[in-house]
Ligand binder design. Structure first.
Ligand SMILES: Cc1ncc(COP(=O)(O)O)c(C=O)c1O
Length: 381
């Protein structure tokens, strides 16, 4: 019996966040990457105490967050980070954009591997660079980085690569050898690797997360990691994240971030993130157990109710990438399902052309919601 129970739908619908306020009440919302679990108790306590102190000013220039990240990374992944190389930013998106601004010049290419988290392309365009695609390859063991495509992309005017590690929306945990090979390519062609590791705390049983900066000297020479507690502990609205480096060359870009970066970070976000990284292991372990069970349940439901929908079980996170192409619902099955089944998913075609006919489903919910969603979808066919 789980100690963490998801509140009933009527309670969840009282939340004011994007997941619960974007769609009307008759729609089951399974898109936005928020989790339905109650907050980790140490995080909730830290936030309550801050509110009780009326402690809602600016984030302070202390080492608390850096030290918490260092401790968590060492305990969890045996990854040694230097606290002096941890910089606080408001969120991963802002961190990536502000670092990219310092790396790319007008007209430079920045490489991504679709299907990938849609805002990667927005962030690249935001800094005036253009998107270069090196899609994931479909190997015998499933999708993985296409190192040949990456080599071709890096050879032609690319200055940076946005690595999604683990990879959203496929829940793909990149094997160490791919990351080593990627770092060699980065070194050969002089391409910076911005490794978005926001989903790393959510790697599920059966897979091991490999921090990009841990794989080689080349990775440290060219890499920057972006890590936060916002996916793992559901803190996205509180706005705190970190940029981590392990070599003076990429640290130069971080040192050139605005001295105001810290003050643009949420003070409550820092407080919650410190509590999550320092005291949130037990809660996270329980969440991973529940996500693992939901992952299993999703497999069973698909096999039983929607056997023509193709799906590869994710190795990380709470997002499932569903291939509806055999059902003839066109390029955007999520749109079809929103009207016919009253279930909201993310449209796969927004993750690049290889996402046509796919949709992304968030399974960080109760088993009951998952059963209801799949039943509605199966009935809509
Ligand atoms: C891969 C990835 N990066 C970044 C984000 C957003 O992070 P932030 O809110 O810290 O910008 C998400 C949110 O789902 C994500 O999946």
């Amino acid at each position: 019996m789980s100690k963490l129970s998801v509140p009933p739908l009527a309670e969840l619908r009282k939340r004011r966040s994007a997941k619960w306020r974007t769609f009307p009440d008759d729609v089951l919302p399974l898109p936005v990457a928020e989790m339905d679990f109650p907050l980790a108790e140490p995080v909730a306590r830290a936030l309550h105490e801050a509110v009780d102190r009326s402690d809602t000013g600016y984030a302070a220039p202390t080492r608390d967050l850096a030290d918490a990240v260092v401790g968590y990374a060492r305990r969890t992944w045996d990854w040694t980070i230097d606290a002096d190389h941890v910089c606080t930013v408001a969120d991963v998106g802002i961190g990536v954009v502000e670092v990219l601004r310092r790396i790319v010049g007008p007209g430079d290419g920045v490489v991504i591997s679709p299907p990938v988290y849609e805002p990667f392309a927005w962030w690249i365009r935001e800094v005036g660079a253009h998107v270069v695609e090196a899609p994931l390859a479909d190997g015998p063991l499933g999708p993985r980085l296409d190192l040949d495509a990456l080599a071709r992309a890096f050879a032609g005017h690319a200055t940076a690569y946005l690595l999604c590690n683990p990879h959203n929306p496929l829940g793909l945990v990149h094997p160490r050898e791919d990351l080593v090979a990627l770092a060699e390519l980065a070194d050969r062609y002089g391409v910076h690797v911005l490794s978005d590791e926001i989903h790393a705390p959510l790697v599920l049983p059966g897979a091991d997360f490999v921090p990009f900066l841990s794989v080689s000297d080349e990775a440290r020479r060219w890499g920057l990691s972006f890590l936060s507690a916002s996916k793992g502990w559901n803190l996205a609205g509180l706005k705190a994240a970190t940029v981590i480096t392990a070599h003076p060359a990429p640290k130069r870009y971080v040192d050139r971030l605005s001295p105001h970066s810290l003050y643009r970070t949420g003070h409550l976000g820092v407080i919650a993130t410190v509590a999550a990284f320092n005291d949130g292991d037990a809660w996270l372990a329980e969440v991973l157990r529940l996500l693992d069970r939901n992952r299993e349940l999703l497999d069973e439901l698909l096999a039983k109710l929607l056997p023509d929908v193709r799906h590869r079980r994710p190795q990380a996170g709470f997002l499932a990438w569903l291939d509806f192409r055999s059902l003839g619902w066109g390029d955007d099955p999520a749109q079809h399902l929103l009207t016919t089944a009253k279930v909201a998913l993310n449209s796969g075609n927004r993750y690049g052309p290889t996402g046509n006919g796919h949709a992304r489903l968030n399974f960080a919910c109760s088993p009951h919601t998952l059963i209801e969603a799949l039943t509605r979808i199966a009935t809509a066919r």
